[in-house]
Design a protein around this ligand. Structure first.
Ligand code: PEP
Ligand code: MN
Length: 360
């Protein structure tokens, strides 16, 4: 998949806007619902209509989608509005049915990307077609698994590919439904700059009020598009009610978002970027230097503890440090989550150093 320009061509072939906007309900519920949403989206920035018809639900007993019937509704929506259509496929049968109904773009859900067996089955079912396939990240923060799925498709000659970032599942509750872990899509982008990258703020957020901010971050990170769950009556949606926004909100959001240019050829832009990157390099050096210094101090403490035969872990002192750092972090515009992660890692390294000294 190394640097294949063809990965991007479908964006140009369809003359899709930058950013590409995919919108529509989490689930197709009724034909009227889907058509109403499609018509409300028709003359907006959205060029692809999304609707899930086979819904992967975490627990049984919830609405599991209308099934193949929904494919006909998508076809009608396409005929009436001219929008392209997309739905999620999770097995061979879904692929065959979607192909039969001329769905333009297929997406692979997070729960499917985790399984190389199913991905292979889907890749085999798609072989010989020229479908556009968008692969969501796996639910766990595992870049190789995400890449593996893309490679399986690429190896089956599916070259019109894209990746969708929808955040990653965590056991600890955060402000997100699925933690964005932006470093993972950034790494994907660095490795495959020609692979179109789309952000799904809806499943990252799990709630309406932070969708805008997530979209802005994605655009600032040079994402190529957005996939936003959209419903005319979000509160009464049959799935993911809390995170859907109305087509009117989507229109307003697209007006309010600062959209970056895709080109990087302008000299000014390059210079400014280089300067900032250099500044970052300098700060990164300082960071590792300071960390090295901190560990040296910690080593001395380790030596003292050894002398006095005192336990390495001093919980009270550690909690005090954490509390202080969270407050200082706040003043420096650092999230609590970030400060906790960093200091837990630093603390662990400190403990490792001291262990070596005490046992050594
Ligand atoms: C969806 O897009 O509705 C969906 C089920 O997404 P994910 O696979 O990201 O959970
Ligand atoms: Mn959903």
């Amino acid at each position: 998949m190394e640097n294949k320009k063809e990965l991007r061509t479908w964006l140009d072939d369809f003359k899709l806007n930058h950013p590409l906007v995919i919108a529509g309900p989490c689930s197709a519920e009724t034909e009227d619902q889907l058509l109403k949403i499609a018509h409300e989206l028709k003359d907006t920035d959205a060029s692809i209509l999304r609707a899930g018809i086979w819904k992967p639900r975490t627990r049984p007993g919830n609405f599991e989608g209308v099934g193949a019937l929904g494919l006909k509704w998508l076809q009608t929506a396409k005929k009436e509005t001219g929008m392209l259509t997309t739905t999620e496929v999770a097995n061979k049968t879904h692929v065959e049915l979607a192909l039969k109904h001329d769905i333009d773009v297929l997406w692979i859900g997070a729960r499917t990307t985790v399984s190389p067996f199913i991905i292979q089955e889907i890749a085999d079912a798609l072989k010989g077609t020229d479908k556009i396939v968008l692969v969501k990240n796996p639910i766990n923060p595992d870049l190789p698994l995400w890449l593996g799925a893309l490679e399986r498709l690429y190896t089956a000659d599916i070259t019109k590919l894209g990746a969708i970032h929808r955040g990653f599942s965590t056991y600890e509750k955060t402000r997100y439904r699925n933690n964005p872990e932006w470093q993972i899509p950034i790494e994907l982008q660095n490795r495959f700059p020609d692979l179109p990258l789309i952000c799904d703020p809806s499943h990252i957020a799990g709630r309406r009020d932070i969708i805008f901010d997530i979209c802005q971050t994605a655009l600032d990170l040079n994402f190529d598009g957005l996939m936003v769950e959209t419903h005319y009556d979000p509160d009464n949606a049959w799935s993911d009610a809390k995170q859907q926004i109305t087509p009117t909100s989507l229109i307003q959001m697209m007006i309010d978002l600062k959209i970056r240019k895709t080109t990087d050829t302008e000299a000014d832009y390059k210079n400014a970027l280089n300067t900032l990157r250099t500044q970052i390099d300098v700060v990164d050096h300082q960071l590792t230097d300071m960390l090295g210094k901190r560990m040296k101090i910690s080593d001395k403490i380790g030596a003292l503890k050894k002398e006095k035969n005192v336990a390495i872990l001093q919980t009270k002192r550690w909690n005090e440090i954490l509390g202080k750092m969270i407050l200082e972090g706040e003043q420096n515009n650092l999230s609590e989550e970030f400060v906790l992660k960093i200091f837990k890692a630093i603390h662990q390294e400190s403990i490792n150093h001291q262990k070596k000294i005490i046992n050594g």
